[in-house]
Ligand binder design. Structure first.
Ligand code: NAD
Ligand code: MG
Length: 398
């Protein structure tokens, strides 16, 4: 991973937030608000939450505000009338917003929809805080090739990867034995498989430790999130899949670890609050104060760890299979998962069907070489079409 910082003039940092109205976007906004004018905002983007985008733009006066859903252009324009803020709508406008020169860009769109904006941010050579793990999952080699070309700096925002980044000795790779990703295990960590069949979206999004967007909350409940994070780690750190381990740690205090050949294990700890990894990415290589609950280990008392259970959480196996298969297989895994999770959230599919649909889509599509962004788009679309078909067929069978 590129860890060089381009030389930019000191003073106010010009930043853009892609997905500013989401959970990570709002936490980023919260830190910026506390930055006492240290940041100037170039662009804010959202998908459909016009009210929130108008509120944020009115407060922070970005040069540009973009709404992804084109039908919401007029309400956005009306909401920001008289402010002098440029407004635009549609996916192309979001990519353009990501291309606007900025020093630092937060990639916090959810899903593969974040890929092209993330690539645009990377191509301009900016420092990119990456929350949008799906872009690395569905097109990791493309993203890293673009980083190598543009000299962009990619800083992980996902808490586990931020943790690893902070304790990973990039200069002495032969000293590293493995990476250990911690996983909370989600809300169904101890539930019987037969009871998992009937869980509702409300139960699935109620994460025990973290407050997050709906999609990643469901991913945490199936543990697909941890599977996606293995693939993400594989692209961010020079460590092959066999040396990326997962351990369940229900308290979410140890955010991940790096194990060294001499037996040392370096861990990163903190309260489960995304503002810590976001602050690290925002101020890197310095550190800024973040308004998080101080970690009180005596109050927490116990930190526990256990092996993951692939039998109840097949997503862990599926993600490793996709990575081993290579090429387009992770793109298929990601696209099918997005469709199945959306179907589950909409009441059109059962919880355990999510992984069944992903597995079947992977079986049918396999893995082909991915040479270009067009290849990624084509595979992503075909996997979505197939996953929808499989989901509808399951529903009709009842
Ligand atoms: P969220 O659903 O709360 O917010 C998503 C944001 O993306 C919103 O601003 C939304 O308007 C925008 N968006 C959604 N669909 C879009 C589309 N098609 N086109 C353009 N914009 C779109 O999600 P989140 O929980 O903030 O997660 C964002 C990303 O960060 C995800 O990739 C997630 O895996 C990752 N992440 C989140 C957390 C967390 O604590 N929430 C932690 C680690 C990683
Ligand atoms: Mg994470």
């Amino acid at each position: 991973m590129a860890v060089t910082i381009s030389q930019r003039e000191p003073g106010r940092r010009r930043i853009s937030i892609l997905g500013s109205t989401g959970s990570v976007g709002c936490s980023t906004i919260d830190l910026i608000r506390r930055g006492n004018g240290a940041y100037e905002i170039e662009a804010l983007t959202a998908h459909s939450n016009v009210a929130k985008l108008v509120e944020q733009a009115t407060e922070f006066r970005p040069a540009l505000a973009v709404i992804g859903d084109e039908t919401l252009y007029e309400p956005l324009k009306a909401g920001l009338a008289g402010t002098g803020i440029e407004v635009a709508a549609g996916p192309v406008a979001i990519v353009e917003a990501a291309s606007r020169p900025a020093d630092w860009i937060m990639a916090a769109i959810v899903g593969a929809a974040g890929l092209e904006p993330t690539l645009a941010a990377v191509r301009q050579g900016a420092i990119v805080g990456l929350a949008n793990k799906e872009s690395l999952v569905c097109a990791g080699d493309l993203v890293t090739a673009e980083i190598a070309k543009s000299g962009a700096t990619l800083l992980p925002v996902d808490s586990e990867h931020s943790a690893i980044f902070q304790v990973f000795d990039f200069d002495r790779l032969d000293g590293i034995e493995k990476i250990i990703l911690t996983a909370s295990g989600g809300p169904f960590r101890t539930m019987d498989l037969k009871d998992m069949e009937a869980v509702t979206p409300e139960q699935a999004v109620a994460h025990p430790n973290w407050s997050m967007g709906a999609k990643i909350s469901v991913d945490s409940a199936t543990m697909m999130n941890k599977g996606l994070e293995v693939i993400e780690a594989h692209h961010l750190f020079p460590v092959d899949m066999d040396r990326i381990e997962i351990i369940v740690h229900p308290q979410s205090i140890v955010h991940s670890m790096v194990s060294y050949v001499d037996g040392s294990v370096l861990a990163h700890l903190g309260s489960p609050d995304m503002r810590t990894p976001i602050a690290y990415a925002l101020s890197w290589p310095a550190r800024m104060a973040a308004p998080v609950k101080p970690l009180d280990l005596a109050e927490i008392g116990e930190l526990t760890f256990q092996k993951p259970e692939p039998a109840r959480f097949p997503a862990l196996r599926l993600a490793r299979e996709a990575l081993a298969m290579g090429g387009s297989a992770p793109t298929v895994l990601n696209a099918a998962n997005e469709v199945a999770v959306a179907g589950f959230l909409a009441g059109a599919s059962g919880f355990l069907d999510i992984c069944r649909i992903v597995e079947r889509t992977m079986e049918i599509m396999g893995g082909a070489p991915l040479r270009s962004l067009d290849d990624v788009r084509a595979v992503d679309q075909e996997a979505r079409r197939l996953a929808h078909e499989l989901m509808n067929a399951r529903r009709q069978r009842g």
